[in-house]
Design a protein around this ligand. Structure first.
Ligand code: FES
Ligand code: FES
Length: 217
């Protein structure tokens, strides 16, 4: 079954990943979320007591290679934690639909593209979270970020961080992806401005640069 937190479609089933709506509609999904939450809150007695007494938990998350202290409620999503609970705030991942259907909030969790609006911060304890800021900076962009700029792969730009993260995942997972496979891999990310041709040009440009011996970061 497709992972509802993973923007990529199920490669074998060839069906889109579940949306947050379908995830939450299912009683099993709610039960699973509750179980995850309880498991996370009960991860240590101290954290469980803290959650009971104050309604918040203290977490240490690894974000872009750095340990970050996060104080949040057990129900806080990773997206909210990144944007509102870490210093400095990481606002690259965007809350566009906030319901698992657009991909603007995509980050990597342990190397896997993940909808951060569908992921609880407490689920990420002990995992490596990489946001779009972790791939490069304006002064030192990743190959994919450079390709998006060179190919004009954005208009309003709200979808772009998610596409950049998803593209890194796509090229890492399938360096030889053809155009159909690229479209399939990125089908969990939506662009309301319709810049898809430029986005796909950017992905193929980054792919070509890697094959020609360019950087891979
Ligand atoms: S999928 Fe998370 S904001 Fe749209
Ligand atoms: S560039 Fe505007 S939503 Fe994609």
């Amino acid at each position: 079954m497709a992972d509802p937190q993973d923007p990529r479609p199920d490669k074998d089933a060839k069906v889109p990943a579940l949306s947050r709506r379908s995830f939450l509609k299912g009683a099993g999904g709610v039960a699973a979320a509750t179980g995850v939450l309880q498991g996370a809150v009960q991860a240590t007695p101290q954290e469980g007591r803290a959650a009971t007494l104050s309604g918040t938990v203290e977490l240490e998350l690894t974000i872009n290679g750095q340990a970050k202290k996060v104080t949040c409620e057990p129900r806080t999503t990773l997206l909210s934690a990144l944007r509102d609970r870490v210093e400095p705030a990481l606002t690259g991942a965007k809350p566009v639909c906030d319901m698992g259907s657009c991909g603007a909030c995509t980050v990597m969790v342990d190397g896997k593209p993940t909808y951060s609006c569908l992921t609880l911060a407490v689920q990420c304890k002990g995992k490596e979270v990489t946001t779009v800021e972790g791939f490069g900076t304006p002064e030192n962009m990743s190959d994919v970020q450079e390709a998006f700029c060179a190919k004009d792969g954005m208009m309003c730009g709200f979808c772009t961080p998610g596409f950049v993260v998803a593209t890194h995942a796509c090229l890492d997972r399938n360096p030889d992806a053809d155009l159909d496979e690229i479209k399939f891999e990125l089908s969990g990310n939506l662009c309301r401005c319709g810049t898809y041709p430029h986005v796909f040009d950017a992905v193929q440009a980054a792919q070509a640069a890697r094959k020609a011996g360019g950087q891979d970061r």
